[in-house]
Design a protein around this ligand. Structure first.
Ligand code: NZQ
Ligand code: ZN
Length: 386
């Protein structure tokens, strides 16, 4: 096992009707800014419940955080934070709203003139030393943003990771019933995003990290069991509750501790979202199987382990197990109505250069668990994903 530090300060409050707990979780004299997206929380009554639970406090609202939240939109929220002397940020929504709220907090507290500086640090924590407390009410299980210190922000044709220990929410309310109103395609996004988060922390090379591996395999098996079920039966509480908790545990640092990670699929996926507007999870479903086909040698030992333990593939040579594991993975995504080829989104050979150029422009030239994946290999992966 590799050395690691593990830190996670987020309190989770899980279950039906837990929005009421906001009254205990947020100080009575707080000046709260509620941040949200395009209006789903208004339409489905969540905003009213949140306001009712926060009664007695000074409440302000900032709406319009779009999917793949834009820097320019978030900077408008920074103005509200300053003007209204806000001292608590409450994100009510999915990954975009939670990420956007984290960025608002960092930008409001960054001393530098140009807040786009914050987009240049990637996986290194940004130089911001103080921030407001953040709470979240999760309406879309997918990103794990409710229990991690990361955010992904869109700016100038790219998507940028922004990290800080200040970005861990103080608490997150996970009420699976708040997610019942999601369109089927967003639920599928949640299943696939979570599945691939787990794989990017698992399918690298073995380091004898048994707890992390078996926990990762447990999440993957759970998603295979409940994925289609929770899409078809959105109000089946137990199926949805399992998705919600898997999404949170898939990217809160637990299974990442002490293991190599390979975020190539996400990095190529971010370019595809930035250029073509394809949903985050949908980009991943096309890239991961292609990446594994190209990197079957480097990842072979872990893919064989995945084949045996997650898909119960016991027969055949290692090569046959890898082939079958890749095709089972594709079939699983397709069974959720999630295409695994970029041609389904209208991309052709002519688009490959555009994506490779964009990776180059954003410095994505040393990807993978060992940093050996250059643009030539990314090109092969994108070609295979077509
Ligand atoms: O904006 P509203 O009207 O609320 O509608 C949203 C949005 O259109 C809708 N929605 C959310 N909850 C709903 C609902 N509709 C009906 N009922 C509900 N209960 O869903 C749409 C998509 O929302 P979004 O927040 O964009 O989706 P998701 O949670 O998948 O977040 C994607 C973003 O998170 C980033 C992605 O890059 C992308 O920008 N990620 C963040 C990560 C992190 N912080 O750790 C890691 C991930 O890998 C990912 O990169
Ligand atoms: Zn993701």
């Amino acid at each position: 096992m590799l050395d690691f530090e593990f830190y996670n300060p987020t309190k989770i409050v899980f279950g039906k009707d837990k929005i009421e707990k906001l009254n205990d979780l947020v100080d009575k004299d707080a000046r709260v800014l509620i941040l949200y997206g395009g209006g789903s929380i208004k339409k489905f009554g969540t905003l009213d419940k949140v306001k009712e639970a926060l009664k007695g406090r000074e409440i302000f609202e900032f709406s319009g955080i779009e999917p793949n939240p834009k820097y320019e939109t978030l900077m408008k929220a920074v103005e509200v934070v300053k003007k209204e002397n806000i001292n608590f940020l409450l994100a009510v929504g999915g990954g975009s709203v939670m990420d956007g709220t984290k960025f608002v907090n960092l930008a409001a507290n960054y001393d530098g003139e140009d807040k786009t500086d914050l987009l240049k640090y990637g996986f290194t924590p940004v130089p911001v030393s103080k921030g407001l407390p953040i709470g979240t009410v999760v309406t879309l299980p997918a990103t794990g943003s409710e229990m991690n210190g990361g955010a992904v922000i869109s700016y100038d044709g790219g998507k940028f990771s922004v990290r800080s220990p200040l970005s861990f929410p103080k608490f997150s309310i996970l009420d699976p019933t708040l997610t019942y109103t999601l369109p089927k395609t967003q639920v599928a996004n949640g299943v696939v995003d979570t599945f691939i988060h787990v794989l990017e922390q698992y399918a690298t090379y073995p380091v004898d990290a048994r707890f992390q591996d078996r926990t990762a395999e447990g999440i993957l098996k759970t998603l295979i069991e409940i994925g289609r079920k929770t899409i078809d039966n959105p109000t089946d509480y137990d199926a949805r509750a399992n998705l919600v908790w898997c999404a949170t545990m898939g990217l809160n640092g637990l299974i990442a501790a002490g293991v190599p990670q390979d975020w190539t699929t996400h990095k190529i996926g971010h370019e595809l979202t930035a250029i073509y507007g394809i949903d985050h999870a949908k980009t991943l479903a096309t890239i991961l199987p292609a990446l594994w086909e190209v990197r079957r040698k480097e990842k072979g030992a872990k893919i064989v382990q995945y084949a045996e333990r997650v898909w119960d593939i016991k027969e055949g040579s290692d090569d046959e197990k890898i082939d079958l594991a890749i095709s089972k993975t594709r079939e699983f995504f397709e069974s959720l109505d999630m295409p695994t080829h970029l041609s389904k989104y209208g991309l052709t050979k002519d688009d490959v250069d555009t994506v490779v150029d964009s990776l180059n422009r954003h410095g994505m030239t040393n990807l993978s668990e060992t940093g050996d994946l250059g643009l030539d290999i990314s090109r092969k992966v994108i070609e295979k994903a077509l």
